[in-house]
Design a binder for this molecule. Structure first.
Ligand code: GAL
Length: 702
């Protein structure tokens, strides 16, 4: 058994002592690690040593190689060139840099695509994707999978016991960049998937409701992947849901398959991960369950979002990192890292502003604050030619001058030394925070379904979810974005926003959770359908009527330029997105009612004590979220749990005994820090992109 030394050489560990390979590479006492992408194949070999030495001198602890290097590793079928990668890995090792090696499956070489064009994906308009760029091969192609298996085995055999290699990244942002693959291979695999799921064509017809519009199929062979390009109007909704599930399964099985191949060759101290774009079709991370942990990639300043205040476009928005932290921490392995963060301007934005000085550092601290193991910044050097010209690196175009973002990493590396010294492994989360903990139940199936059948053009699932998420973060409530695989009892509060698809088993779990003292919050659209996206042969949302205490409900929408009103605690709140209009039972408390429309006086928000806990149903979705904020404050007040009230854009988190506050707003923000606290980094007055880290006495309590 190989022993591996943690990134700082402080501790040697061995999986024989039941430490996970992730803990081996990133021991708890090291707190946090920094990495950077490097492409040896892109630079003259004479510069590698200079670059890797510099990376190490800047305080970076690991580098990341080869996710796009298949063409260099296997320039001809069966001819392998590992010498260059051997040299790059040894140079990294020479300068104390550990290495994440990647499987190069996103970029099959040209000989493969030309010899076997059937491995390529196909667009919805029938055009076959050409060789070039990346993510162009189909996970549904058995041939491609075989070639992937071979190259992955070769890499595993060669580097699976290399002491500098800490772990593996499979593929790169698997997802075909949003394209649905309509290749013949995908069509065939879809039919196989359907057959496995439904068994008989009658069952499929019954589930998809095909008796309407003569959609009825006689055999599985007659079915095609639903394709809006080929249809006069929207596809069958159940076919669409199955398309999303199929694609997510194909992706997951492709990634899981590679993990399996790697594990046949690599030492147990090397871990396996992949890097996912968060909330991105067709990825359902819950299905990628054979890895040691998952990582995500994030680009915050790309001209797509205006942010908070006049400089917000240089800062990004907090939920882009916060929500992903809180979600990825809860996937397989219950650990996460961030595999890509920009060190400066990118090349692919709508427009490409310079990030605010300090923003790169703030994002890294945000990942740290969420409990992340590491950030690996994308990328060390800015390309001078080929793709991604204009994408900033840690060093400028001359290859040696440290970029402003690179300087921020140098600063973080120094600051981490200070935090490590102040770290006390016995620190536990203070009761003031743990009492606010909330589990946020999220499921891609409800996301797919409500996005496909929005019912109003004002519906956006992620806006709905982020509204509640940001609100809870403004309370400084620790949030875990969880799935049904998780145990709800760990959370004093549980929220399931617009959880449209469910079954009676989940409702029973919720009912039990409430009886045991949990505070459950449900919102509009919840429980309208079964897992197959069929409405119940019963009143709308029937399975939760008893739980939330209603006899009936219907929903309403208004046009974008007109508003209805809801009255809560004597105050009026405007809405026009979504209104569930509720008929409560006699013993259900009505918290808010509609102030107009033909259902004036009907309930919008209801609350019910049950067992030792409570359930609150918020039927209305507003643009500004003010109603939701007022209601959620009352939920916490009735549960006698104190909360804070931060403005949107100010982030406050606790991690391992450290409080961290960040400022995503364009204004100076004053953070309340107790006099007795020890401020370790920064100060209570936060400039835009500012960071402050402190320790409070209470956090010593066990
Ligand atoms: C990511 C991708 C990287 C690189 C980067 C540029 O989405 O995974 O390979 O292209 O964008 O910002």
């Amino acid at each position: 058994m190989r022993k591996i030394i943690g990134l700082f050489g402080l501790l040697s560990c061995s999986v024989a002592f039941s430490q996970s390979p992730v803990d081996c590479s990133f021991p708890k006492e090291d707190l946090f690690a920094l990495g950077s992408y490097y492409y040896p194949e892109q630079w003259d070999a004479s510069q590698w040593e200079r670059d890797l030495k510099k990376m190490s001198e800047m305080g970076i602890q690991f580098t990341h190689f080869a996710e796009f290097a298949w063409g260099m590793l296997e320039p001809e079928e069966g001819v392998y060139h590992f010498d260059w990668l051997d040299r790059a890995v040894s140079l990294a090792d020479k300068y104390g840099l550990k290495v994440i090696l990647c499987t190069p499956s996103p970029t099959p070489p040209v000989w493969l695509s030309k010899k076997y064009p059937d491995v390529l994906i196909q667009r919805d308009n029938g055009i076959k994707i050409q060789h070039g760029r990346r993510q162009h091969a189909s996970w549904s192609s058995d041939r491609y999978r075989q070639y992937v298996e071979t190259i992955v085995s070769k890499l595993g055999e060669r580097y699976g016991n290399h002491p500098a290699v800490i772990g593996w990244q499979i593929d790169n942002e698997p997802g075909h960049y949003g394209l649905v693959d309509y290749s013949p291979n995908a069509q065939m695999k879809f039919r196989i998937w359907l057959k496995k799921k439904y068994g008989t064509i009658e069952k499929l017809n019954e589930t998809w409701g095909t008796s309407f519009w003569s959609e009825t199929y006689q055999t599985f062979d007659q079915i095609c992947l639903p394709n809006a390009q080929e249809l006069p109007e929207k596809p069958n909704p159940h076919a669409m849901l199955d398309l999303n599930r199929f694609m997510a399964d194909e992706l997951a099985s492709f990634v899981n398959m590679q993990a399996d191949v790697l594990r046949r060759h690599i030492d147990k101290t090397q871990w396996v991960t992949t890097n996912l774009i968060p909330i991105f079709n067709p990825v359902d991370p819950v299905r990628i369950d054979q890895l040691d942990f998952l990582t995500y990639t994030r680009y915050l300043v790309t001209g797509h979002k205006s942010g908070i205040g006049d400089q917000g476009f240089r800062l990004g928005i907090p939920e882009d990192i916060g929500f992903s932290n809180d979600q990825f921490r809860n996937f397989v392995g219950k650990a996460y890292g961030v595999m890509e963060l920009q060190p400066g301007q990118v090349n692919w934005g709508v427009y490409n502003p310079q990030p605010m000085p300090g923003a790169v550092r703030m994002w890294v601290y945000h990942v740290f604050a969420g409990g992340g193991k590491f950030v690996c910044n994308y990328r060390f050097r800015q390309p001078l030619k080929g793709s991604e010209q204009y994408h900033y690196g840690m060093v400028m175009t001359d290859g040696v001058t440290i970029s402003p973002g690179g300087e921020e990493y140098v600063q973080i590396a120094q600051e981490m030394k200070k935090l490590r010294l102040a770290y006390d492994l016995t620190d536990r989360i203070p009761q003031s925070l743990s009492s606010r903990r909330v589990g946020m139940l999220f499921d891609m199936n409800s996301y797919w379904e409500t996005e496909f059948q929005k019912q109003t053009d004002q519906w956006s699932m992620m806006s709905h979810i982020h509204k509640y998420y940001n609100l809870l973060k403004s309370f400084v409530a620790p949030v875990d974005v969880i799935s049904e695989k998780d145990d709800f009892s760990a959370y004093p509060f549980l929220i399931a926003p617009a959880y449209q698809l469910l079954d009676s088993g989940l409702v029973e779990r919720w009912t039990h959770y409430v009886k045991q003292g949990g505070h459950l919050i449900l919102t509009c659209r919840t429980a309208q359908k079964d897992r197959d996206a069929k409405l119940w042969e019963a009143p709308l949302a029937a399975p939760i009527h008893a739980l939330i205490g209603i006899d009936n409900l219907f929903y309403d929408h208004m046009p974008w330029n007109l508003f209805g009103n809801v009255v809560f605690n004597g105050q009026k709140y405007a809405w026009n997105n979504w209104a569930d209009v509720l008929t409560p039972k006699n013993d259900t408390e009505v918290w808010a009612t509609y102030a107009d429309q033909f259902y004036q006086g009907a309930a919008s928000v209801i609350h019910r004590k049950s067992g030792k806990g409570s359930v609150t149903y918020i039927g209305t979705d507003t643009d500004d979220g003010k109603l939701e904020a007022a209601v959620m404050r009352r939920v916490y007040a009735e549960a006698e749990v104190s909360i804070e009230n931060l403005p949107y854009g100010v982030v406050k988190e606790w991690r391992d005994g450290f409080y961290i506050a960040l400022n995503y707003t364009s204004d100076i923000q004053q953070i309340a820090i107790p006099e007795t606290a020890e401020v370790l980094i920064g100060s209570a007055q936060l400039k835009p992109a500012g960071v402050v880290v402190w320790k409070e006495k209470e956090s010593k309590r066990k």
